[in-house]
Design a protein around this ligand. Structure first.
Ligand SMILES: NC(=O)c1ccc[n+]([C@@H]2O[C@H](COP(=O)([O-])OP(=O)(O)OC[C@H]3O[C@@H](n4cnc5c(N)ncnc54)[C@H](O)[C@@H]3O)[C@@H](O)[C@H]2O)c1
Length: 337
C-alpha cells in the first residue's frame, strides 16, 4: 500500500486542524511541521510527539523524505512556498485563497502540470455534507433552473492586517458558488469600506454577473455584532436556505416559487405565487477537512484530479482580484478575465 509522507508549513490557527486530519488519514504519515514560532512547535509536539518540528518552510521543502507539502501560512506567503515545493518535486495543498494574484495561480498550475504533480486548494466547504446535498439538489433539477445565490458571512471577526474582508471570508462562498453553478461568471461589481483608515475594507458587498439571468451576491463583514452564515439559492421551482450555524439541520428546501406573465402592453406583469411545504434533507455531518486530506492523498496515489482542484482555486482568485479592482473604482463593473 502506498504511503505519502506529509510536511505541513504553518501551525498557527488553521495548521492544527490540518495536522490532526492528516494524522488520522489513511495512506499517509505526517513527518514534519514547520513554524517560525517555537511556542507553536511546542504546542504541536505536546499532542503529536512523533512529528518532527522545524523552524522554516525550507526545511520541509528540502526534506527528501517528504512527498507532499501543505501550505497553511498567510496568503502573501503561499506562492513562494508552493512554487519552491513544486520545483522540488513535492505535491502541494495550499490553503484558501490559493494565491494573492491570478498570475501566481496560473504559474503554479503550469508548473504542477509540467512536473506531473498534484496541486490542490483547501476549499474545505466543498467537502461538507451540506454543500454536497445542495449540489445534488441543483444537478437533479429539484430546485429547477438556478436564478440567484445570495450569501451573508458576517460577525465580529478578526481584522486581518494584509487582506480585506472579501479575501478573508468570501473564498468559502465563492468556492461554493463555483462548485454549484457551472456557468462561467462574466463580471464583478463590488463596494466596500475601511473604518480603520488603513485602506483595508472591513465591510464589503460583491455582485457576480453572468451572461444568463443568474446573479450572485455576497455580503462580508468583520464588524457585525450578530453572526450570520446564511446562503439563499433560488431556483425557478424551489429555494434552498443554507444556514451553516445550525448544528445539523443546515439545509431547508422551500417548495415555493412564482410564475409571471406579461400582459397587454409589455410593462404590466402578472405574478402568480405558489407556496408549498418546507423540508429538511438529511446531510452527512462528518468533518469536512478529513475529506480534504483524503482527497489530496488519493489524488496523488491514483493520479486523479481532486474536487478542490487548482483550477477551481484559481477561479476563486479571479473573482477576488476583480472585486479588488471594482472596490478601488467605487463599484465599477470589472470583467473577469
Ligand atoms: N480552510 C479554511 O476553512 C481556513 C480557515 C482558516 C484559515 N485558513 C487559511 O489558512 C492559512 C493560515 O491562516 P491562519 O489563520 O492559520 O494564520 P496564522 O497567522 O494563525 O498562522 C500561520 C502560521 O504560519 C507560520 N509561518 C508563516 N510563514 C512561515 C514560514 N515560511 N515557515 C514556517 N512557518 C511560517 C506563522 O508563524 C504562523 O504560526 C491562510 O491562508 C488562511 O486563509 C483556512
Amino acid at each position: 500500500m502506498a504511503n505519502i509522507n506529509i510536511g505541513v508549513i504553518g501551525y498557527g490557527y488553521w495548521g492544527p486542524n490540518i495536522v490532526r486530519n492528516f494524522f488520522s488519514a489513511a495512506d499517509c504519515t505526517v513527518k514534519a511541521v514547520a513554524d517560525g514560532r517555537p511556542e507553536r512547535l511546542a504546542a504541536m509536539n505536546k499532542i503529536f510527539p512523533s512529528i518532527k518540528g522545524v523552524k522554516t518552510g525550507d526545511e520541509i521543502i528540502n526534506d527528501t523524505e517528504i512527498d507532499a507539502v501543505v501550505v497553511a501560512t498567510p496568503v502573501f506567503t503561499h506562492f513562494a512556498l508552493a512554487k519552491k515545493a513544486l520545483e522540488n518535486g513535492k505535491h502541494v495543498l495550499i490553503e484558501k485563497p490559493m494565491t494573492s494574484t491570478v498570475a501566481e495561480a496560473e504559474e503554479l498550475i503550469e508548473l504542477a502540470t509540467k512536473k506531473g504533480l498534484t496541486l490542490m486548494a483547501d476549499h474545505t466547504f466543498l467537502y461538507t455534507g451540506a454543500v454536497r446535498k445542495m449540489k445534488e439538489l441543483i444537478d437533479t433539477d429539484i430546485i429547477g433552473t438556478p436564478r440567484y445565490f445570495d450569501s451573508a458571512r458576517i460577525n465580529l471577526g478578526l481584522f486581518q492586517p494584509d487582506i480585506n474582508v472579501l479575501w478573508d471570508l468570501a473564498p468559502h462562498d465563492i468556492s461554493i458558488l463555483t462548485y454549484l453553478i457551472t456557468e462561467t461568471p462574466l463580471s464583478i461589481n463590488a463596494t466596500g469600506i475601511s473604518h480603520t483608515h488603513n485602506n483595508i475594507e472591513n465591510i464589503a458587498y460583491m455582485t457576480v454577473n453572468y451572461n444568463s439571468d443568474f446573479i450572485a451576491h455576497f455580503n462580508c463583514s468583520w464588524t457585525s455584532p450578530v453572526k450570520v452564515r446564511q446562503t439563499l439559492i433560488g431556483g425557478d421551482k424551489k429555494m434552498i436556505v443554507y444556514n451553516d450555524l445550525e448544528p445539523s439541520e443546515k439545509i431547508r428546501v422551500y417548495d415555493t416559487s412564482y410564475n409571471h406573465t406579461t400582459v397587454l402592453d409589455r410593462n404590466t406583469i402578472m405574478v402568480d405565487y405558489r407556496t408549498g411545504d418546507v423540508y429538511i434533507p438529511k446531510i452527512q455531518l462528518s468533518e469536512a477537512l478529513s475529506g480534504v486530506a483524503n482527497d489530496f492523498i488519493q489524488s496523488i496515489i491514483n493520479k486523479t484530479k481532486p474536487l478542490a482542484c487548482a483550477e477551481l482555486g484559481m477561479q476563486v482568485v479571479k473573482i477576488l482580484e476583480a472585486s479588488q479592482e471594482s472596490i478601488k473604482n467605487k463599484g465599477k463593473e470589472v470583467k473577469i478575465k
